[in-house]
Design a protein. Sequence first.
Length: 633
Amino acid sequence: MLIYDTLSHHPIADEMFDILDFPLPSKEALQNALSTMILSSSGWRKVFAESGDEEDQTPKISEADAMLAALAALALARFLGVPAADKQRIQRGEMKGEPQDTTILVGLDARPTGRVLGDIVCRTLTMLGCSVRYLYICAAPQIMADCNQYPEEADAFFYISASHNPIGHNGFKFGRSGGVYTARESETIIKLFKEIVLEEPLAPAYLQSLSSHMDTKRYRDVLTSVKSEQTRNLERYAQFVLTTAVQSEDQNEHKRFREMLVKAHSREPLGVLGELNGSARSVSIDYQFLTSLGLKVHQINDQPGQVVHAIVPEGENLQLCQQTLEMLYAKDPSFLLGYVPDNDGDRGNLVYIQKKTGKALILEAQNVFALVVLAELTLCRLKHPSSLLATVVNGPTSNRIDQIAQALDAEVFRCEVGEANVVELAEQKRKEGYLVPVLGEGSNGGNITHPAKVRDPLNTLLSLVKLLRNRDIAKLWFRANGREVPHPITLEKIIEGMPIYTTTGAFSKDGNMQIHHDHSVLKSRYEVLFQADWIEKQAMLRELDIYTYTVFQSEGTSTVEGMGEAFRSPPYTGGYKVALKNKDGIITDFLWMRGSKTEPVYRVMVDSRGDDVSRHDRLLAWHRSLIARADQD
């Protein structure tokens, strides 16, 4: 019988319909399907839309891609030691997946291909003997919050999403205890998956046979439990967001925090617009949770699958939020903030009202992250005046973070791009005695507020609410910078008091390139060309007050100083940064590059102190020219 989701009213699955009952794809078809899949610790992604068009909103996928999804579930089960996933057992043709103690939490974002992929994954894990807790459509932070709070109730999570990628993409994330697997663990699963696809020709038929002989009652139990799993998960998620906001599990602290904000908002109302773009946040806690704090909330495009513009919440994709917020503000001046999430709802970029003009302005991703770091580091410094304090960020995070940290006597530690990397490095620094209340990747605006291990737009919004409603935070920040404390404290005044930098947008046209050469070759050529240009462009560099440089190379959780291949290791795909210094040895700008591990693009970025756009553009043009010349045959 077809089971429907009570939150989205979408069909989930029918236990009697064998979704793996299709003609076996050939070995060549599977290899071709695999060849277009990007596999990294940040997630596995590819275009799953049957047409191959990344903007296609069809729910249909090919038979080869359907089998890849089943084999991905098999790989995770093997990684977790599930007997029915064992290689020798498959070769012997033992067709029984007896129930195991292994429990896997499964969820997906709101993409059209998600339902069929979720059915394949849940059915495969169930027939292999795993206990599956299925949440169907849910925001990524929800599924990870459950694993964070109750790690004993799930051995792993399997989340189906392509995050900010276009609508025709989809993919998989794996992890446990509230975060994605470490790079080392992820590489192990990737290796298992490739071996299964490329070297185990019996695996697809084995899974099909298990599926056809599966006890459908067990799978029906999984599907009929979705409603109760969702209810419990949403309650847990709301508690975890409060725990993160107040840095305490104490229910009395949660109550006081709510009461404080409700009282503050009754005196000075604050309205928030959620332009949800049909994302998984459409069935999350956003409306109920934010209104419980006394905020006014208005939502649009708040049905899952109601995608009205490109998914990545950057640039022109924030314009609808801008326009709607301006209309709301004209009717009710308390509406000052708006947010737009990506499809899995683990990040959300912001727009805000500039009161003197009544216009809604986009808060670029780097500034969103900087505001949250400012709020959380300042709050932590208030509570712990003499403790070691730090934040952990990725390589392309703007140096505005360094200035914020310096004002608060905190350190900044950097690593390679990747959520798993910043989370792992933060844990290392905590073991070394540092308080690390906030971390993340400023290049995409996604903050991770401890004890969370994943980005969450609700945490972002609450950091700004604390900044606006806790005057002590703003007072310490302004005084640490030798400024007068404004009255009233507004978001505009805080933004005006932040370090000013001009930074390439991570998803802007100029922030992406296509390259053809191996990364090792490209970086070696880049270094030769850079050193030659350094001499030839002395006039331009002196004009910009640039006198020296230092190279930083990042791999995983490590960042080392030094130019050349001796400071990087195979496959040479880590981050590469040239820090440019003025005559006083202070870093004023940096040039950064790295090939994306979730999209087929080469990301480039320039970060320049100040608001001189022409300076940024000159350095970016030079940086792109060096890369283009290094990539020539």
